[in-house]
Design a protein around this ligand. Structure first.
Ligand code: MN
Length: 736
């Protein structure tokens, strides 16, 4: 029994009991009417299961869930969240079953504990596919119940605060994950305070040197800075009082990580940063925010271009404030943020602010922009089977750098940095996007690749019946626009593939002596089913996309009628690159698992045997094989269904023409040395040309040649032999 105190209170006997006692005190303050019995039970349950466990720091394990619950209580989260905080590690670390949690604490808590446990197991550092999968799972957990991610953020925050006791390898890994994933998510959910602390803690472990340098500078200037801020604050207070504007004024020195980002962004050193300080004015109404801004600008000269009105135009995470930078006394710059109490709370707590003031409700409204963001991402990811595509669009969304643009009527359209008029058009309406043929920015006609800037007023020119084209994909930056464009392209390509497939089958039938008139619809449908396809259209589309050959289909339709394949006949104009012959370099590529597919090497990168390759099923032209590093591949492979595995055939001979560019000194005899290397390696030269380098600053020469190589090894041998010649500066393989 804990000892009895004089005033009748029970003194907590242990550190964990002390922490729990304080937790309840904290919760009682903002939830005076709630029955905290469930909290007692959650604590007792977790404490008994974690009994005997210690953290790496040597503290009892239970201190961790308790501190997590404290963080949640500081955010004034609801009881479900607090219980989840206390219980969040029992499934993972104590082999308690999810069912047991459910029996004791109900569905909601069990669901949240389960979600936090699952997120804890996600691996964000694996190959791209698995990383994307981890994100998807986390997103799903977030839409399910946003409290899952809030508890997870609290968990991560406490782990970051106590990271020093871990090994340096684990420190770095956890810090990296925090900076790359958890801090941006906190930012997206508007939780500025959590985000800031996560960033500063992660920064400290990821780049200790820069962190130390910045912190020391901030520390060294603290005395004078604080004196300066105090003086400014007195002036502002007096001026605001005179104007009758009620206000709370905080002077603060900026956070280390935000200073670091500023240094990186502006490419300056720490001693060139003169506004390490900022003033924050919190007042009672929007009207007084603008009035306070007027007072500030009346007192000190504002720096042009640094006034930002996030009250009229909130950020996507609902952040609101007025920002300005002014030239203060002694010519020193400082930043001022002005906002109302309500805005301040939202800026600090974001989505977590909802639990505090909307008692009885389950959380933020369904139309909350921040929830809508998560929900949209989940919808999009279902249409986005390619993990590379998914990750890159997610990055745009997680690390937003926005531009604020306007419709001619003054409506604000917030777009990511580098957005184009196409993104703007799709943001207005998908029909406007699809039929967009031009744009006027601030009254002037601009090309569709124009990069929109803050404050641009954009007018979209549309033409009825216009259809988006594939090259728009490289112009559109938003997920919304890209998905809509892809949808239209896919539909269009399918329609074309169906048409090509039909013609292809007819032509092949004629060539191989099959009478299509004798084949019934029933026969066709039977073959369609054999291929595992639902409709006849799908069969034609598959033919058109080159997934299998017409001959294969005809063999199934009329096995006795198909004549033997004539050796030379190519299946007509539909397949220009098809039917590789013996000495065709294309004959040395196999499509894994499909022998009868038409394959050709893409002209853009001309892969040679030994290069890592990837296939892409073209419309009716068979499989184009690209080098894995070919820049076109990433653009083409947005459609994973058409990505196909290919490999180099083992047993074929043959050679590939390769284009090589040699940079050399301009001296006699070099050319002879180069050709003797080709000779020694029995390499056929198709073409060779030497010239002086056009570049005026260069005194060198260029030798351009096309040679036949057997494979990558052969090429590498040639290149390294050439590089050994004295006077050769560089050897390049040109892709086309
Ligand atoms: Mn934990």
């Amino acid at each position: 029994m804990p000892p009895q105190l004089a005033d009748g209170l029970v003194a907590p006997a242990t550190l964990t009991e002390q922490l729990f006692h304080e937790l309840k005190e904290k919760v009682r303050e903002f939830r005076p009417k709630d029955n905290l019995g469930t909290l007692d039970r959650a604590y007792a349950f977790a404490a008994s299961h974690h009994a005997g466990q210690v953290r790496v720091s040597g503290e009892p394990y239970m201190t961790h869930p308790l501190q997590v619950a404290h963080i949640l209580a500081d955010m004034r989260m609801d009881l479900v969240s607090l219980e989840t905080g206390l219980l969040h590690d029992v499934v993972e670390d104590c082999s308690v079953s999810a069912d047991e949690v459910r029996k004791n604490f109900g569905n909601e808590v069990a669901h949240c504990v389960d979600g936090v446990t699952k997120i804890g197991k996600l691996d964000f550092f694996s190959a791209e596919e698995r990383q994307a999968e981890s994100f998807r799972k986390m997103l799903l957990a977030m839409v399910d119940d946003i409290r899952v991610i809030i508890v997870k953020l609290a968990d991560r925050l406490h782990n970051m605060r106590t990271l020093s006791s871990l090994s340096s390898a684990r420190q770095e890994r956890i810090a990296r994950e925090t900076l790359d994933i958890y801090a941006p998510i906190a930012h997206r959910l508007g939780m500025g305070k959590v985000r800031g602390e996560l960033e500063d803690l992660a920064f400290q472990y990821l780049d200790p040197e820069s962190h130390a340098e910045i912190s020391q500078t901030i520390e060294a200037q603290r005395g004078p800075n604080e004196k300066f801020l105090a003086a400014i604050k007195r002036t502002v207070e007096a001026e605001l009082r005179r104007e009758g504007i009620p206000a709370r004024i905080d002077g603060r020195v900026k956070r280390a990580f935000s200073v670091y980002q500023k240094l990186k962004r502006q490419k300056i050193t720490i001693d060139q940063v003169y506004d390490l300080m900022a003033l924050r004015i919190v007042t009672d109404s929007v009207k007084n925010c603008y009035a306070a801004l007027g007072v500030i600008h009346n007192e000190w000269r504002p720096i042009p271009g640094r006034i930002k009105d996030f009250i009229a135009i909130p950020r996507p995470n609902l952040y609101q404030s007025l920002h300005t930078s002014v030239v203060g006394p002694e010519g020193r710059h400082f930043e001022v943020q002005i906002r109302t109490d309500e805005m301040h709370r939202i800026a600090e707590e974001g989505i977590a602010a909802h639990w505090k003031y909307k008692e009885g409700k389950k959380g933020p409204a369904q139309d909350d922009q921040r929830i809508a963001w998560v929900r949209h991402l989940v919808e999009w990811q279902q249409d986005m089977p390619d993990s590379h595509e998914f990750m890159s669009t997610l990055k745009v969304d997680l690390y937003p750098d926005e531009v604020y643009t306007f419709t001619p009527k003054g409506r604000v359209i917030v777009l990511p940095k580098d957005a184009t008029p196409i993104d703007f058009a799709y943001a207005i309406h998908s029909d406007v996007g699809a039929t967009c043929t031009g744009a006027k920015v601030n009254g002037r006609i601009v090309p569709l690749r124009y990069t929109l800037k803050n404050g641009d007023s954009v007018e979209i020119v549309t033409t009825a019946g216009h259809q988006p084209s594939r090259d728009w994909l490289s112009l559109a930056k938003t997920v919304r626009a890209r998905n809509k464009i892809k949808h239209v392209i896919n539909l269009g390509e399918r329609a074309k593939a169906i048409e090509i497939g039909q013609k292809y089958l007819d032509k092949e039938a004629r060539r191989l002596g099959v009478h299509m008139s004798r084949i019934t619809l029933g026969d066709m449908e039977k073959v369609t089913t054999e291929y595992g396809l639902a409709k006849l259209e799908d069969l034609y589309a598959a033919l058109g996309f080159g997934k299998f050959s017409a001959r294969q289909v005809l063999l199934k339709l009329a096995p006795t009628e198909v004549k033997d394949e004539p050796e030379t006949a190519a299946p007509t104009d539909l397949t220009p690159a098809a039917q590789p012959s013996r000495d065709d370099p294309d004959a040395v590529i196999h499509v894994t698992g499909m022998d009868d597919l038409m394959v050709y090497r893409a002209k853009c990168c001309n892969p040679i045997r030994g290069d890592a390759i990837v296939g892409y099923v073209t419309r009716g032209k068979g499989v184009a094989v690209h080098g894995k590093l070919c820049p076109n591949v990433q653009n083409l492979l947005y459609d994973v269904e058409r990505k196909i595995e290919v490999e180099w055939a083992r047993d074929t001979k043959g050679s590939f023409p390769v284009h090589i560019l040699v940079h050399t000194d301009d001296r006699p005899g070099l050319l002879a040395q180069l050709t003797s290397i080709l000779d020694a390696e029995k390499t056929n030269i198709r073409n060779l040309e030497a010239k002086t380098e056009v570049d005026q600053d260069s005194d060198g020469a260029l030798v351009e040649m096309t040679v036949d190589v057997r494979d990558k090894k052969h090429l590498e041998k040639l290149v390294s032999a050439m590089r050994r010649i004295s006077g050769v500066r560089d050897v390049e393989r040109l892709l086309s």
